[in-house]
Design a binder for this molecule. Structure first.
Ligand SMILES: [Zn+2]
Length: 444
């Protein structure tokens, strides 16, 4: 005689809609265990496969249905004290939680490990446009600079030549302008010939063109409009002239991550003097295993493939980003394909060089009925959950599980959207059933 035999008799009654009273067992002197139930095992469903209607129709040996404290476990019913579902005094969460089952898109997580690197698309190598000797350096490594900040200045023969050309053309343009005005006035007073005026006008225009060209040369060498305005001797407002020095400016916002420029050093175009990187975002490089590639490629980069990252320095933090590159070749040594994720780093917590763990999140196209893993229980190889029946009663309901997702387990059979199930604390209900079995059942 075993436990399931009793259940089968009880259940048989439930299914038939009649009342079967078993006699004498354990604490109940009138309850007598019978050994003939095995024959019926094949015909009837097991605990967990009964519908609510079948369970409610059943009568236990005491003439009760689910209300019987001794017998309800036999049809898979557990009574949950409402206090377990309410948070205890001073607590924010309850021991037992319920959830309404619904279909939604699910996520498969593909694990990757990798490294945080600089966002190379945002890195700028600073190189002077002309050769010269470094006169002064204004920033140190690690400095945050904004576009236009002076990084260092150069003494340059080439710039000196260009500046003197420009100054000469500036003077000539002014002079020729005055001459033209004079000739024009003479001509208007009819004391000068028209040809002199025209000649003066042409000269003036010539010098203006030359001035423009030499100013253009200064811009090509790296001087801004402001720089030119400052060295203009006609501008008396601010005359802190760079006096022949070329200011090399930050081409964009960023952090100085490399610095090679040293005072007195000769630098020339093409030579790396500084590297500026915008650390507002960083790249996380990771490797996807060959077996996971098919899953990752189901999603288009353009649609956005979300990735979550964690680093040892901040074990509780989750850094989110979008994958923006999947490698075209596989690394033969590691059998992985390189993928790259852009991660926001405005708070500067991620540093190039850090190792990271990541999860690529691939969502399903279809909506899937899935439940949290904690809700799924197993008894003798059968998966089940507790569904809400009525009032404080919950019913063991056998289910067939499908795929594993990040959010939980797919349920193929046994649950429908809208049903309430027990999630956190489901194990308490299970042990309740087992405890009841120990105390009230017929032991062999
Ligand atoms: Zn009973």
């Amino acid at each position: 005689m075993n436990m399931s035999a009793i259940s089968k008799n009880w259940l048989l009654a439930a299914i038939a809609g009649s009342t079967l009273v078993l006699a004498g067992c354990g604490k109940n002197p009138a309850h007598k265990c019978e050994g003939n139930a095995e024959a019926e095992e094949e015909q009837e469903g097991k605990v967990g496969d009964l519908t609510v209607e079948q369970v409610l129709r059943a009568k236990c040996p005491h003439g009760l249905t689910i209300e019987c404290n001794e017998c309800r476990y036999e049809v898979g019913v557990v009574k949950v004290d409402p206090s377990l579902i309410q948070p205890a005094k001073g607590a924010t969460t309850s021991l037992v939680k319920t959830l309404q089952v619904a279909k939604s898109q699910m996520t498969t997580a593909v694990n990757i490990t990798g490294e945080v690197r600089m966002n190379e698309n945002s890195a700028v190598h600073v190189t002077p446009r002309i050769s010269g000797v470094v006169r002064a350096v204004y920033v140190d490594i690690g400095a945050e600079v904004t576009k236009g900040d002076v990084l260092f200045t150069l003494d340059s023969v080439e710039l000196g030549q260009a500046l003197s050309d420009w100054e000469k053309n500036l003077a000539m343009a002014e002079l020729s302008g005055k001459n033209f005005q004079r000739e024009k006035s003479l001509y208007e007073k009819k004391v000068g010939p028209e040809s002199d005026m025209i000649e003066a006008q042409m000269k003036h225009e010539e010098y203006q063109i030359a001035l423009k060209a030499s100013e253009q040369k200064l811009h090509v060498l790296g001087l801004t409009e402001e720089d030119v305005a400052k060295i203009n001797p006609n501008n008396h407002d601010s005359h802190d002239s760079l006096s022949g020095a070329l200011a090399v400016r930050a081409p964009s916002n960023g952090t100085i991550i490399e610095k090679h420029a040293v005072v007195g050093e000769l630098v020339e175009p093409g030579k790396d003097t500084m590297v500026l990187a915008d650390l507002d975002s960083v790249w996380a490089w990771g490797g996807v295993y060959e077996r996971d590639l098919g899953l990752v490629l189901k999603r288009k980069l353009a649609d956005g493939i979300p990735v979550e990252l964690s680093v040892p320095a901040f074990p509780d933090a989750l850094f989110r980003g979008q994958m923006n590159y999947i490698g075209a070749t596989m690394d033969e040594a590691t059998r992985t394909i390189k993928v790259r994720t852009v991660i926001d780093n405005k708070d500067r917590r991620l540093r190039p060089g850090m190792f990271c763990q990541g999860r690529i999140l691939i969502t399903t196209d279809e909506e899937v009925l899935a439940i949290p893993k904690v809700a799924l229980l197993t008894d003798e190889g059968v998966d089940f959950v507790f569904t809400h029946m009525q009032d404080d009663y919950y019913l063991r309901t056998n289910v067939q599980k499908g795929r594993d997702f990040a959010e939980g387990v797919e349920i193929l059979k046994g649950l429908a959207p809208g049903q309430m199930i027990v999630t956190d604390g489901a194990f308490i209900l299970k042990s309740d059933v087992l405890k009841a079995k120990m105390g009230a059942g017929c032991a062999d």
